[in-house]
Design a protein around this ligand. Structure first.
Ligand code: PBG
Length: 337
């Protein structure tokens, strides 16, 4: 009996045919693994809300890097967790030659010169108030109000980027959402002789509850107030285009959308409007939710994670920063379908 309707199932008949018509592929080159480095010695401390993710002291960071390199993951993103006593109002540790991130970058590049090291350029892990820039506070009606000064913060950010490049960072990734950060960092890098270091801009970064577990890991939660005066309102998408446009004009080499899971539409519009490489940041809260449900036996972790990663790429991401990088690349080796 001949039918007039389409037979879509013809192309789903066997694993081989499905593989041939598959539109989106995951590859190890897509993945960036974040690493947390902390002070002290002999530390490998699991972050309680991020099972499988650890804070490493410098002397043990090599174990983690070795595993990442042996899996063939091309890149890491380095976050620093300094001692509480080392934090100050100006985030000095972020741009010190002896800062924890600078030391980690030097160590990694010395031992693994081929690994692409991305430095997150922000102050919040290094300020005692936990904000991403220079804060001016005033009291009003019994409440403390905090203003994060844009242009004063830019000066410190540029210093941070240069010191990270001097330590050997291959890519600078400014995440603090001050206006003009790409321009100021580009100028500072060029002046210091780092014309060849690309900027991966956290161009579109929302004020998100999904960063909760990261702030536990990096001890970087704001001590008062929130980040809504510099990070974006989750309700907005046209604003994402304005943010991305500014960063492109200022000389960004890559754009990022963060978080990823609840912002797939944003990935899509940024992909459709700009031709720079696009990065999705699958953030800590997205990781924690999957891990928690998987530990309960409620979901199939591998299936769920693979589907999420395909979703980010289908939405337009070229690269994915994810705490699942090592897992996904391991699964890719075994061959997934
Ligand atoms: C630094 C920074 C944050 C994250 C990446 N860089 C925290 C924040 O903005 O509060 C979050 C990453 C994650 O949740 O996985 N500003």
């Amino acid at each position: 009996m001949s039918q007039s309707f389409a037979r879509h199932r013809r192309l789903r008949k066997t694993p081989a045919i499905r593989g041939m018509v598959r539109e989106t592929q995951l590859h190890k080159n897509d993945f960036i693994q974040p690493v947390f480095v902390t002070y002290g010695t002999d530390v490998k401390l699991e972050i309680s809300s991020m099972p499988g993710v650890f804070n490493f002291s410098l002397d043990r960071l090599g174990e983690e890097i070795e595993e990442i390199v042996s899996l063939g993951i091309p890149s890491v993103m380095v976050f620093g967790v300094p001692e509480t006593e080392a934090k100050d109002s100006m985030g000095t540790g972020a741009y010190s030659d002896q800062g924890i991130v600078q030391q980690a970058i030097r160590m990694i590049k010395q031992n693994y010169p081929e690994l692409v090291v991305i430095a997150d350029t922000c102050l919040c892990e290094f300020t005692d108030h936990g904000h991403c820039g220079v804060v001016h506070t005033h009291e009003h009606d019994g409440h403390i109000h905090a203003d994060v000064d844009n242009d004063e913060s830019l000066v410190l950010l540029a210093q941070t980027a240069v010191s990270q490049a001097q330590a050997g960072a291959d890519i600078i990734a400014p995440s603090n959402m001050m206006d003009g950060f790409v321009q100021v960092i580009r100028e500072a890098l060029d002046e210091a002789g780092f014309e060849d270091i690309p900027i991966m801009s956290y161009a579109v970064k929302y004020a998100s509850a999904f960063y909760g577990p990261f702030r536990e890991a990096a001890q970087s939660a704001p001590q008062f107030g929130d980040r809504k005066s510099y990070q974006m309102d989750p309700a907005n998408v046209r604003e994402a285009l304005r943010e991305a446009e500014s960063d492109v004009q200022q000389g960004a080499d890559m754009l990022m959308v963060k978080p990823a899971l609840a912002y797939m539409d944003v990935l899509r519009v940024v992909r459709d409007n700009f031709d720079l490489p696009l990065v999705a940041y699958n953030v800590s809260g997205e990781y924690a939710m999957v891990k928690a449900a998987a530990q309960q036996g409620w979901i199939n972790e591998r299936g769920i994670v693979t589907e999420m990663m395909l979703g980010f790429k289908r939405a337009g991401a070229d690269m994915i920063i994810t705490y699942f990088s090592k897992d996904v690349v391991r699964w890719l080796r075994e061959e997934w379908v």
